[in-house]
Design a protein around this ligand. Sequence first.
Ligand code: 5GP
Ligand code: MG
Length: 192
Amino acid sequence: MATQRGPSAFHPDLESVLFTEAEIRRRVHSLGRELKQAYGEGEFTIVSIINGAVLFTADLMREIDNPVRLDCIRISSYGDRTQSVGTPQIVHSLTLDIAGRHVLLIDDILDTGKTIALVSSLVRKLDPASLRVCVLLDKQGRREVPFEADFVGFKIPDKFVVGYGLDFAERYRNLPCIGVLRPDLQNPPEWT
Ligand code: 5GP
Ligand code: MG
């Protein structure tokens, strides 16, 4: 089936669509199998970085039948900008005890690496049995802190993307696809 990816094909604010809803579903399904291979039948604790990873986490969790526990951690976001500013801060931390547990950290996108580096070091201090990291998207060329995820959904170029949980000023999280936000809407539009 041909996929329309040009301007406005899905949403007028997108310059292009990188991944359609069906493509995301297929990749999330295969990531579930990769997790299964790594964890076998065992239990693990998911730590999801909210808000961005909410949709990805919800879908990925349903692709595995292991017993899992879920906790969320909130990290300060970009606000109304498309570039991260300064050092990310923990806004709301974990509530589950993860000492001696296998932990899977999930985020929407690995960009400079600062967010995952911060959360990984926090998790490690809590003495988990193991720590693995899964991200839906990876902008490899942008790393400022060296970091590689154990599981990556898609590698993407250095473009500001929205949809499927990813926002700009809290908008577009509910788009079922992932697309590049039109540059003229990025800095910042009048509705912010
Ligand atoms: P890092 O700390 O690796 O630079 O950034 C990770 C966080 O920045 C992600 O969790 C996400 O919230 C945000 N981010 C990075 N690139 C993008 C992008 O292209 N679009 C959106 N919406 N958020 C991004
Ligand atoms: Mg985020």
